[in-house]
Design a protein around this ligand. Structure first.
Ligand SMILES: *Cc1c(COP(=O)(O)O)cnc(C)c1O
Length: 447
């Protein structure tokens, strides 16, 4: 049996209708280098989506690989209750200096969803222990995505992933998110004063007393199609949360580590959340690891004699895994030794200009939007009305298949095509990716 057939005999792939694989069998990848993946037949694919947004500094990055190899021969794992190790300690010290000021207490998990679960439980217990036990609910934005486990799905609001499971989920308070492309107030992203924030104000007026925390993806609602909203919205939300004693949880799982042009998206708004969730880029995409980081104030509410029952009795087997910490330390080392953010910014400017040139006039390209190196193209039925295509036409998916044939991994979000490449991508590679995208769009939608 060929490997492809064996794969289909055994493997249930994530986020897939497996019947699609009848006509698009899995690519069996043999190796990766930089922005490229190579399959077992020697075909090359440019990984313009960073292998689900986690591959931050290229495949087989020499600095990360080397540091992890050294760690492998020293300590692979150790129980993290009552035990610790130098890598974890050093990682937290370095991150405390990079994170928005005040985030100094680190709790380790092993994937993004788990870090969200941890944040929700932490917020709930905090409110309970400081004498606000009535604050038991959570607020979130529509079009938000925070992962696939029950708590994370409960604060997720994309019907595609969450609707069917509603009976299993918590009853959360949903606030209509900013929609800058189809702004109901007729404003534009760059010049508005976030009139849409009135929706948040109304929800807080009604529900803040019963709300433990509000969770948001700062500035970029990734899974909903790289929807971008202004920093001012986040500034206003920080103020409102503080006033109403609702904790602010920033889910920076997708936006952290330079993806939006700054180390963390919260920096654009100059705010510190009460809790931040990190994963994906944290280990450069080498190993599953995540962090839920909070403030001294929140940490203190759990600090008491054991018999008071205030401890946070939350754990994962692989908390603080030394191999993951070694990868994460290597990522920070690369940021120190190389001008990653500066070069990514120069390439982002190049990419914005080239995308505008290549797709700006296409009748089915509604909006081209970007933040940092992340660039998205929203396809529409007609540019003038901004009307979407019938989702059953699967335009984005059709283009994805054409792009794959051309050697580009352009996995879409519905009808939104996007680039979210490793920050180390070269401008020549971006140029090539644009040409491939242009050809793939042409094959499905015409010139
Ligand atoms: C990917 C993602 C998650 C979930 O992380 P997993 O590691 O896939 O569980 C949560 N929030 C955001 C914003 C994400 O992009």
């Amino acid at each position: 049996m060929r490997l492809e057939e064996k794969d289909l005999a055994y493997i249930w792939h994530p986020c897939s209708q497996m019947k699609d694989y009848e006509t698009l069998p899995p690519k069996i990848i043999a190796r990766g280098q930089g922005v490229y993946l190579y399959d077992i037949d020697g075909n090359e694919y440019m990984d313009i989506v960073s292998s689900w947004w986690c591959n931050l500094l290229g495949h087989c990055n020499p600095t990360i690989s080397k540091r992890m190899q050294a760690q492998l021969d020293t300590l692979e794992h150790v129980i993290f209750a009552n035990f610790s190790h130098e890598g974890a300690i050093q990682l937290c010290e370095e991150l405390a200096n990079l994170l928005p000021k005040g985030l100094t207490k680190f709790n380790f998990s092993d994937n993004g969803s788990a870090s969200v679960e941890c944040a929700l439980k932490m917020a709930f217990q905090y409110q309970n222990q400081i004498g606000r036990p009535e604050k038991q609910r959570f607020m979130c934005l529509t079009n938000g995505y925070h992962g696939e486990t029950m708590g994370a799905l409960s604060v997720g609001t994309m019907d595609l992933y969450a609707k069917l499971y509603q009976p299993m989920l918590m009853d959360t308070i949903r606030i209509e998110a900013p929609d800058c492309y189809r702004c109901p107030y007729g404003r534009t992203r760059d010049s508005c004063s976030c009139e849409c924030f009135e929706k948040a104000e109304a929800a807080f007026a009604q529900f803040a007393q019963e709300t433990a925390a509000m969770i948001v993806e700062p500035l970029l609602q990734g899974s909903a199609g790289m929807r971008i909203y202004p920093p001012l919205y986040l500034e206003k939300l920080r103020d409102l949360c503080t006033k109403q004693e609702v904790l602010l949880i920033a889910d920076e799982i997708a936006t952290g580590f330079g993806r939006t042009g700054k180390m963390f998206a919260c920096e654009h708004a100059g705010i510190t959340p009460d809790i931040i969730c990190l994963s994906k880029g944290l280990t450069g995409g080498y190993l599953p690891m995540s962090l839920t980081v909070t403030t001294e104030t929140i940490y203190r509410a759990f600090y008491a004699d054991y018999r008071e029952g205030k401890a946070f009795l939350h754990s994962h087997t692989y908390s603080g895994n030394p191999l993951g910490c070694a990868a994460a330390l290597a990522v920070l080392q690369v940021f120190r030794e190389e001008p990653i953010l500066e070069e990514a910014q120069a390439n982002a400017d190049y990419l914005s200009a080239q995308m505008q040139k290549a797709f700006g006039d296409h009748p089915h390209v509604g909006e081209i939007r970007s933040i940092g190196l992340i660039h998205a193209i929203e396809l529409v039925k007609t540019k003038e009305t901004k009307e979407a295509f019938d989702p059953n036409l699967r335009m984005g998916y059709q283009i994805y298949r054409e792009a794959l044939e051309l050697g580009l991994v352009l996995r879409p979000l519905g009808d939104v095509l996007y680039f979210n490449p490793p920050l180390t991508i070269k401008w020549e590679e971006l140029k090539k990716a644009i040409q491939q995208t242009k050809e793939a769009i042409k094959r499905v939608l015409g010139e």
